[in-house]
Design a protein around this ligand. Structure first.
Ligand SMILES: O=C(O)Cc1cc(O)ccc1O
Ligand SMILES: [Fe+2]
Length: 441
C-alpha cells in the first residue's frame, strides 16, 4: 500500500469523535492492547490526551500514536517572535461599547509569510491559562510552511478558509480544505499548512481562526429536532495515517501560555505510521449542513445554525458556538425576514467567506469581520431594513453566501492591531443612521 502522504487523492475516515483506526503500513497498529512490549516494526508508542484522564466517557478524547521517534526527541527551545498572535483578553484596552466592523484585511506583505507568521488576533476573550474563552484570528499568508511545524498548547484551532485552499499535514495525516469547508485541529497536535493556490500564483490565502482555550468543540444537542440534522457526524472527515519517508530536519514552533518558542528537530514530526483513538483533526464541508428554518413565520434564533459548540460551565451559555449562515430558502409569511434589531447577552464575532449577508447586503464584505459585544445594539442596516419591509414575500433563496459567527458568553476585546488597522470601518454606525422615526399614529 502506498504511503498516503504522497497521494493527491486524499482518503478520509468518517465521523466526529468516534474511535478511528488507521495504519499507513499494514500491521503497524497493535491489536488487542495499546502498549505492547515492542510495538510493530519497532515503532514508539505515544499517547496524546485531549482531556483529563478522568473526564466523563462521553467527553474523553485521546489517541494512541505509533511513530518512528517519540515527540520528546527535540532540540532546545528558544523564544520565537510572533507579535500579532496575542492570547486572551487584553485588559489594558478600553473596549469601545459600540459595534465594530473591519473591511477585508489587506493582503499587503502576506505573500512573504506562512500560516503561522501571517496569523493576527483581531479580538479575544478569556485566558488560555484558565482554559476559558477564545481568540478570533485571521491569517494572511502566501507561503507554504515547508519544513516548519507548529504545535498549539493553548487551544484547539477551528480554521475557516476564506480564500485559497489549505493542505494541512498533521501528525495523524493530511486534510485538504477549501473555502466553504472548515478544519478543527486538536490542541497540542503538530501540523503544517501548505498553500497550493498561493504557490500556484493565485495570490495570498486568507481565512479566519477560532483559537479555543476552553472545552473542546462538539456537536450540539438536537433536542426536538431529533436524531438527524444540522451538521451530521458522518460528514466530518478525519485523515488516514500518513508519514514522511524523508527523515530530515524541521523547525518546530510552539505556542505555549501565549508565548512562542522554536526548537530544531532532526526528524519530521509527521512520522506517525499508525494511530487509533477519538482525538483527531477533522474537516467538514458546510455544503453538507442540513439547514433548519422557519416554514411559517418569524425569524428564528441563529442557534439553529450551530455547527459546533464549546460549552462553558453554565448550561446553554457557550464558551463558543460556531454558527454558519449558509445558502437557504426564506419562505416565512408576513415576516421581516432578515435578523431583527437586537441586543444580546452573548457576544458575536462574525466573518464572511463569500457572497452577501442578508442583514448587511452592501456593507459587509468577504474577508471582513464584525464585532457586536454583549448588549451592543445591532441588526439590519438601513438598506436591508428598507428592502425587507417592502419585499414581495415569495419563497426566495439566499444563495452563494456563507457567513459565520463565533458567539461567546465572554465579551471580545479587540487587539491594538485590529483597532489601529486601516481596515477598521470608522463609519460603521452610519449604516443605521437612516432609520428615521417613521411612526404614523
Ligand atoms: O447579528 C447578527 O447578524 C447575527 C444574528 C443573526 C440572526 O439571524 C439572528 C441573530 C443574530 O445575532
Ligand atoms: Fe447579532
Amino acid at each position: 500500500m502506498a504511503n498516503p502522504i504522497d497521494n493527491a487523492e486524499r482518503r478520509y475516515q468518517s465521523g466526529f469523535g468516534n474511535e478511528y483506526a488507521s495504519e499507513a503500513i499494514a500491521g503497524a497498529l497493535p491489536q488487542g492492547r495499546n502498549s505492547p512490549q515492542r510495538a510493530p516494526f519497532d515503532l514508539y508508542t505515544e499517547l496524546l490526551s485531549g482531556t483529563a484522564f478522568t473526564a466523563p466517557r462521553h467527553e474523553n478524547r485521546r489517541t494512541w500514536l505509533y511513530r518512528r521517534q517519540p515527540s520528546v526527541v527535540s532540540g532546545r527551545y528558544q523564544p520565537y517572535a510572533q507579535a500579532h498572535w496575542t492570547t486572551g483578553a487584553d485588559r489594558e484596552i478600553a473596549l469601545p461599547p459600540e459595534p465594530l466592523r473591519w473591511h477585508p484585511l489587506p493582503l499587503d506583505g502576506a505573500a512573504e509569510v506562512d500560516f503561522i507568521d501571517g496569523m493576527h488576533t483581531l479580538a479575544a476573550n478569556g485566558d488560555a491559562e484558565s482554559q476559558v474563552g477564545i481568540g478570533s484570528l485571521m491569517y494572511l499568508a502566501g507561503r507554504s510552511m515547508e519544513r516548519r511545524a507548529f504545535v498549539n498548547a493553548d487551544g484547539e484551532m477551528l480554521i475557516v478558509p476564506q480564500q485559497g485552499r489549505l493542505v494541512i499535514t498533521t501528525e495523524l495525516g493530511v486534510l485538504d480544505v477549501k473555502p466553504g469547508e472548515i478544519a478543527l485541529l486538536p490542541r497540542g497536535m503538530a501540523f503544517k499548512v501548505a498553500l497550493p493556490d498561493s504557490d500556484a500564483g493565485a495570490g495570498p490565502s486568507r481565512g479566519y481562526v477560532c483559537e479555543n482555550y476552553g472545552a473542546q468543540f462538539r456537536l450540539p444537542e438536537l433536542g426536538p429536532i431529533g436524531s438527524n440534522g444540522l451538521a451530521n457526524a458522518r460528514d466530518f472527515q478525519a485523515p488516514v495515517a500518513a508519514f514522511e519517508e524523508d527523515g530530515g530536519a524541521y523547525e518546530l514552533v510552539k505556542k505555549f501560555g501565549g508565548r512562542f518558542w522554536k526548537a530544531p528537530t532532526k526528524q519530521s514530526p509527521f512520522n506517525v505510521v499508525a494511530w487509533h483513538g477519538n482525538l483527531a483533526p477533522v474537516k467538514y464541508d458546510t455544503a453538507n449542513f442540513m439547514v433548519i428554518g422557519s416554514i411559517s413565520f418569524d425569524h428564528p434564533d441563529p442557534s439553529i445554525f450551530t455547527v459546533l459548540t464549546s460549552p462553558s460551565d453554565t448550561p446553554g451559555t457557550a464558551n463558543c458556538d460556531f454558527v454558519i449562515f449558509p445558502p437557504r430558502w426564506m419562505v416565512m409569511e408576513n415576516t421581516f425576514r432578515p435578523p431583527w434589531f437586537h441586543r444580546n447577552l452573548m457576544s458575536e464575532f462574525m466573518g464572511l467567506v463569500l457572497g452577501e449577508y442578508d442583514a448587511k447586503p452592501g456593507g459587509f464584505k468577504p474577508g471582513g469581520a464584525s464585532l457586536h459585544n454583549c448588549m451592543v445594539p445591532h441588526g439590519p442596516d438601513g438598506e436591508a431594513f428598507d428592502k425587507a419591509t417592502h419585499a414581495d414575500l415569495k419563497p426566495h433563496k439566499l444563495d452563494n453566501t456563507l457567513a459565520f459567527m463565533f458567539e461567546s458568553r465572554y465579551r471580545f476585546i479587540p487587539t491594538n492591531f485590529a483597532l489601529r488597522s486601516p481596515a477598521l470601518d470608522t463609519d460603521y454606525a452610519d449604516c443605521w443612521a437612516g432609520l428615521n422615526d417613521q411612526f404614523k399614529a
